[in-house]
Structures are given as C-alpha cells and as structure tokens.
Design a protein around this ligand. Sequence first.
Ligand code: DHB
Ligand code: FE
Length: 265
Amino acid sequence: KTSPRMRQVISSMIQHMHDFVRENEITMDEWMAGIDFINQAGKMSDDKRNETQLLTDIIGLESLVDEVTFTLAGEANDAPTATAILGPFWRKDAPKRKMGETIVFGIEDGDHTWMHGTVTDFNTGKPIENAELDVWHTAPNGLYEQQDPDQPDMNLRGRFTTGPDGKYDFYCLRPTSYPIPDDGPGGKLLQLLDRHPMRPAHIHFIVSAPGYRPIVTQIFDRRDEHIKDDTVFAVKDSLIVDFLPFEGDPKAQFELPYDFKLASF
Ligand code: DHB
Ligand code: FE
C-alpha cells in the first residue's frame, strides 16, 4: 500500500511539473527533446557511470537534498562533521584495509599524503570504536579507478575500522581538481548553462559506526582554484582542509590531520 509520504511526494512532484509546463508553454517538440535527453543519460548509465545522477548534481539537486536532509550537521565547532553529496563514483565493497596501509597502487607521481585522526562522539567527545571509514578519490589524471582502464580495480579506495582509541590513519594522495565527465548529456547541460565542469580537489568519505548516524561527506583542499565555484555545489566551509608539508616519512610529502565527529541516534 502506498504510504502517505509517498502519496504526498509524488503528487507534489506532478503538480510542480504541470506548473512548469503551463508557465513555460512547453511545446511538443521541446517535451520530446527533454525526454530524449533523459533517455540518453539513462542509456549511458551503468554500475560504472551514473549520468542521470550527474544531471541532478549539475543543477544542484543532490546538494540541496543534502542541505535539507542534514540540518543537524552544521558549520559550528561543536556540531557533527558536516555532510556533502555522495556523487556518482562511490562503489560498494571497497577493500577492507589495515590502519596505516595505503590506498594508492601503481602511482609514483602525485603528492603522497598521510591522513590521520580520530572518530569521536560529538556529544561526549569520546573516541568511537568500530567506526568504519570508507574513502575514495581520483588519481592525478582526474579519473576514478572505474573510469580508467590503467588503474587496478578498487585503486584509491579502502575501508578502515577503528579500534578502542577511535583513531584511523592511512596513506592517500593530495587530490587533484578535475572536470566531471562532460562527454554526455551532463556536458551538454553545462554548455547550455554556460558553465565549467570543474570540481575542486576532494576526498570522499562515508563514516559510520554502530549506534551513530552515518555521514556521507567530502573534504576539500583550500588551495584549489575552484574551491568557491564547485560545479556540483558541494563545498561547505567546515569541510575545507589544509594539507601540511610533512618531513621524515619516505612514504609521504604531506600530512592531513582530520577528525570526524558523529552524532548518536
Ligand atoms: C560528482 C561528484 C563527484 O564527487 C565527482 O567526483 C564527480 C561528479 C557529481 O556530483 O556529479
Ligand atoms: Fe568525487
């Protein structure tokens, strides 16, 4: 049976779409072109590429859903870590790795980084045991592993589980800014809107722990020239970080300390 919520959401959507057609006196040709556009995005989408999601991201919808859904996570120091959109490149079942391991394989260039911190309960400040950090980012060529036949499967991805001290650490790269894929309907839409396809350099996380609200988020490199005009509108001030020069570790030229704060259910 249809839930009251579902009934409400679907009728509201239909009503808004009727209004849209009426207000703009949409012609049959325009309507068919719109359908064709969405079909093209659908045909391009599979488990490696989600063009339909990309379209909604370009018009700011995923960021808006994030904003209206996660009012708890704010910008203040005493708030849980702010959330940001998932984006189309997360993969389930990223390899589980041990603390201190690397997620970087077969990439010698790039700014190697030691990222570390603690997952804490934002109410009590206590460390959280058994928190899982699921992390993913792009290679220096701007491609996620599933977009790039030259990278090993599941490269630059990993899942780490904290011990009793709530601490985590691993090696990754200082990420690179890059264009979202613009060779399909997403690119066409950006062109129509006269917009660039660039996202500021970022690293994605899903942080979860038993008894806590999971957060989907990203951190952004302050030095990035696109930090103020992310093409999918995901940047929040509290998620902007500084990579620090790091000496004495042959495995990394940068260090990134970052703590995640979760809210309990
Ligand atoms: C989008 C998000 C990303 O994290 C990314 O790397 C590319 C695109 C998006 O929201 O469409
Ligand atoms: Fe991304």
